[in-house]
Design a protein around this ligand. Structure first.
Ligand SMILES: Nc1ncnc2c1ncn2[C@@H]1O[C@H](COP(=O)(O)OP(=O)(O)OP(=O)(O)O)[C@@H](O)[C@H]1O
Ligand SMILES: [Mg+2]
Length: 504
């Protein structure tokens, strides 16, 4: 069988970094080739080379046997290579249909004059949206969509074209379980049509389900390519990626002592006018990590937004250490001791074009600075020490804390933001999907740190769509559905089945 793609001896250097060194990768028709590696290993860079965005420093690229010396995005697309980007590339200010065809507007000729074929665009948009399960009017503006639907637009964008090779860079990071299964159906159909798929993900459970072959990268180097049927299990993949066995991946120490202790934070009968949060009450005890389970869209993020002052609370009360807390806005929330790692980090999480250390120091600076406390009064040395600490404990891959965050890999940007919130000396921490896009090693670090935070007397609320991590980390788990609490389960007794049962 002829290879669709062959990349040989690819090396890519950025100033100060060798992102890839002597990498080989090939793709056959009808296969799902999984590409794995820790954050910063070089996965996205390799795929950006295949899509013509970056030019390799060395190496050769063949598409169906033809060698390309100067592959451009236009040539790559023309040869049937389409990419679903890790950082969503959708444009908020455009409608869904405009996003699907941006830069490649289909044309037709009317009496010899080329005009944009709007009819075709609408038809194709409807068809593709149906395929990915996006139930919207194609004219809906993308800015009005929640993050999971933005990700569906990103996927649809690649599927409107005739594809020979489809690159999926963490396509499921914001998807629900159902949406993920639907995507796998789409992938299987594409496979039957002979499309070759490169699939990047940090979710080990997905890999065995969908992959045929796997290639692992480590620190820009090539580790191995194997048939997944010959890989014994998750542990083997982790060992290939990390270079050693990873013990106590989940289960950090210290869980389960929270239940009887004093109440740190309390939410009473909180509702939103739009009905997305209905009469929610819960208590967070000292030394407790409280988990929030539920399907994406069940109202968990909406609840966090209300508590944090990002959305208006229609009714209800919040108490911190026994005293009622009135929060005017998010700045006020930070001042009063709350911290919030949002799920949509690209938009609300960090400051583009700022150094790592400034991003890490930002929250604490906000909280502690007085009205006359200009930025100049902030202790740069302390901040840099804190940033260095976060860089070390989260294993952030960067040349130094002075590197610009924009240059980091997706997962390493996430780690910087997680580090920022870990550095924030808040009393109550809200973590919404804290491990999204983060590799296995750093995940277990984050769990450990969360447990340490509650040991120190802070309160942690964790929203996650990954049940195994909720089960491993949380003392109790609040199960949400349609804006309401359906159950509060004890972490030790809870199982995936119990949670799913309560959530649906
Ligand atoms: N434009 C750039 N300028 C400088 N360095 C870069 C640039 N793009 C990527 N890098 C570096 O190249 C390396 C590989 O990054 P890449 O984004 O390919 O990692 P990745 O495997 O996709 O990681 P993740 O799982 O976090 O997405 C990183 O060290 C990153 O900092
Ligand atoms: Mg990446």
């Amino acid at each position: 069988m002829e290879k669709l793609v062959e990349m040989k001896h690819i090396t890519k250097k950025f100033p100060g970094v060798v992102a890839l060194s002597d990498i080989n990768l090939d793709v056959y028709p009808g296969e799902v080739h999984v590409l794995m590696g820790e954050n910063g290993a070089g996965k996205s860079t390799l795929m950006k080379i295949l899509s013509g965005i970056y030019t390799p420093t060395e190496g050769e690229i063949y598409i169906e046997g033809t060698r390309y010396k100067n592959l451009t995005p236009a040539i790559s697309q023309e040869r049937g290579i389409n990419i679903i980007y890790q950082e969503l590339s959708v444009i908020d200010e455009l409608s869904i249909v405009e996003n699907l065809f941006v830069g490649r507007l289909p044309q037709k000729k009317v009496v010899g004059i080329p005009i944009i074929d709007k009819k075709y665009m609408m038809e194709k948009a409807r068809e593709t949206m149906l395929l990915v399960g996006l139930k919207r009017n194609p004219m809906t503006m993308v800015e009005d969509l929640p993050i999971s639907e933005k990700q569906l637009v990103e996927i649809a964008k690649a599927l409107v074209w005739n594809t020979k090779v489809l690159i999926m860079d963490e396509p499921t990071s914001s998807l629900t379980l159902d949406e993920t299964q639907n995507l796998f159906e789409i992938i299987r159909n594409l496979q039957k049509q002979g499309v070759g798929i490169v699939y990047i993900s940090h979710k080990l459970d997905e890999i065995k389900q969908i992959g045929d072959r796997i290639t692992v990268l480590k620190d820009g180097g090539y580790v191995a390519t194997k048939m997944l049927s010959e890989v014994s299990g998750k542990e083997e993949i982790i060992t290939m990626m990390v270079g050693r066995e990873l013990k106590d991946k989940y289960q950090p120490a210290g869980r389960g002592r929270g239940a009887q202790t004093e109440v740190l934070f309390k939410v009473e009968n909180v509702s939103r006018a739009d009905g997305k949060v209905k009469n929610v009450s819960f208590e967070l005890h000292k030394h407790e990590v409280l988990g929030f389970a539920g399907l994406v869209g069940s109202g968990r993020t909406e609840l966090m937004n209300v508590i944090f002052g990002a959305e208006k609370m229609q009714s209800g009360k919040i108490y911190l250490e026994g005293k009622e807390l009135k929060i005017k806005n998010t700045y006020d929330a930070v001042k009063k001791g709350l911290a919030y790692l949002t799920e949509n980090r690209r938009e609300t999480g960090f400051f583009d074009n700022f150094e790592i250390w400034k991003n890490v120091a930002m929250e604490e600076a906000l909280r502690t600075s007085k009205w006359n406390g200009t930025y100049g009064l902030i202790n740069e040395k302390t901040e840099k020490l804190e940033a260095q600490k976060q860089k070390d404990q989260l294993n952030i891959k960067a040349t130094s804390i002075n590197q610009n965050i924009t240059e980091l890999s997706g997962g390493n940007q996430q780690k910087v933001i997680v580090g920022k919130w870990l550095a924030a000396n808040a009393k109550i921490m809200f973590f919404d999907e804290p491990t999204r896009g983060i590799d296995v090693g750093a995940k277990s670090e984050i769990y450990k740190i969360m447990r340490e935070l509650v040991e120190q007397g802070k309160g942690v609320l964790m929203v996650s769509s990954e049940l195994p991590e909720l089960l491993a980390v949380c003392d109790r788990i609040v199960v949400f559905n349609e804006g309401e609490i359906k159950a509060i389960l004890d972490g030790a007794d809870a199982t995936e089945e119990l949670i799913m049962h309560a959530a649906t």
